[in-house]
Design a protein around this ligand. Structure first.
Ligand code: KG4
Ligand code: ZN
Length: 365
């Protein structure tokens, strides 16, 4: 019997038995090696994250080749720890889910290879997951959320407003035309001599500063546009720092951080409000590393209250890259019986819309 047939039988047996599903998630798209076990798409039994931040800090950003090598070293022990902490064995798993894009291709391949090896060895379904869908699904781990919803995706590689009519379906309303929000944080932090990743450091500094001490631009773009642009802001901050240095003036770093953050948040919040008004969708879920930003959490919540929509943020620990969110995003596909073949490959620029179309191995219908 071939692998597909074995997987089909396993899936039927598990669904007929009606026991809760246990999905192993694997995430290696950037600089965290992570594995998690999630029960029925919601209950996190384990979520192990081996961060490489310390290594990349020496370089001020992620070095792809170094990241891939670290993933190779980490992936097996991290998967084992996730299974141990969840108190399950490979034979207890219902499926294995893995990020296969977008991300650093060499890094993605490590997770994809590990997941395929497990799926093949144990004859269990394989579900390839889009990284951004994973970030959005971090919100479902808290429970109580159902589509339709709007997602504000703000990470190191992405800044997007996404409409999600149903599980596993996504439409873009707007996206960044240049830098991502997190990328702007990281680059501004670097130019201020702060450590990598810049987001958390600037977030903290901004709380001590006065945002009115200087004003940085806000890129609203054309009337009604839900797109973003952060490269002008980044350059404005860098120029301001540079000019001050040439004049021998000292700018208070906390004020620079506060003014920069105010500019980013204004745009993120106003474009989100615009998306709510235009679509009439009143549930907003924020996703990605920048969702950990305290200023964004407070100010968007306050604005949502005024405007009468609801906004959800994942717990801070689930905002940045982790495998629990990947297992959660795989769950609707598990329910449908839509899986991937063993020829799944890492895909550096995988579009969200391509992911939702497959190709899938449809075992259910
Ligand atoms: O989602 P993530 O872990 O990785 C990507 O998929 O990109 O996001 C990492 C990004 C980094 O740019 C980091 O600086 C930013 O999220 N970040 C923050 C905060 N925490 C992390 N940005 C602003 N405020 C924070 N508190
Ligand atoms: Zn991410």
């Amino acid at each position: 019997m071939g692998w597909v047939e074995q997987v089909r039988q396993k899936y039927r047996r598990d669904r007929e038995a009606g026991t809760p599903s246990l999905i192993l998630g694997i995430e290696t798209s950037c600089d965290e090696t992570s594995a998690a076990v999630v029960r029925d798409g919601q209950e996190v039994l384990s979520n192990v994250i081996a961060s490489q931040i310390e290594i990349h800090q020496q370089f001020g950003g992620v070095v792809p080749e170094v990241a891939s090598r670290r993933h190779v070293e980490n992936v097996t022990p991290v998967v084992q720890q996730a299974l141990d902490q969840a108190n399950v064995g490979l034979e207890d798993l219902s499926a294995v889910a893995v990020t296969y894009g977008p991300g650093l291709v060499g890094a993605l391949l490590v997770g994809v290879t590990a997941a395929k090896a497990i799926a093949f060895a144990k004859s269990i379904p394989l579900i390839g997951v889009h990284h951004i869908a994973g970030h959005i699904y971090a919100n479902f781990l808290a429970g109580g959320l159902e589509p339709p919803l709007l997602a504000l995706v703000v990470s190191g590689g992405h800044t997007e407003l996404v409409y999600m009519p149903e599980h596993g379906q996504f439409e873009f309303l707007g996206r960044t035309r240049d830098d991502a929000a997190g990328e702007a944080y990281d680059k501004v932090a670097r130019s201020m001599g702060l450590s990598y990743p810049g987001g958390p450091v600037i977030d903290k500094l901004a709380r001590e500063g006065d945002p009115a001490k200087m004003v940085f631009p806000r890129a609203w773009l054309e009337e009604g546009s839900m797109d973003f642009s952060f490269s002008g802001l980044k350059s404005a901050v860098i120029n301001t720092l540079h000019n001050a240095e040439q004049r021998g003036e000292r700018l208070e770093p906390a004020d620079v951080a506060a003014a920069f953050q105010a500019s980013v948040l204004d745009v993120l919040i106003e474009k989100t409000v615009l998306a709510v008004r235009k679509t009439g969708v009143v549930n907003v879920a924020v996703a990605g590393g920048v969702a950990a930003n305290r200023g964004l959490r407070e100010q968007l919540q306050a604005r949502a209250k005024q405007e009468g929509f609801s906004v959800l943020f994942p717990p801070i620990s689930l905002c940045t890259d982790n495998a629990a969110m990947i297992a959660a995003a795989a769950y609707p596909f598990y329910r449908k019986g839509w899986f991937h073949h063993l020829d799944l490959n890492g895909y550096a620029s995988l579009p969200l819309t391509e992911w939702q179309e497959g190709p899938f191995l449809k075992l259910h219908e």
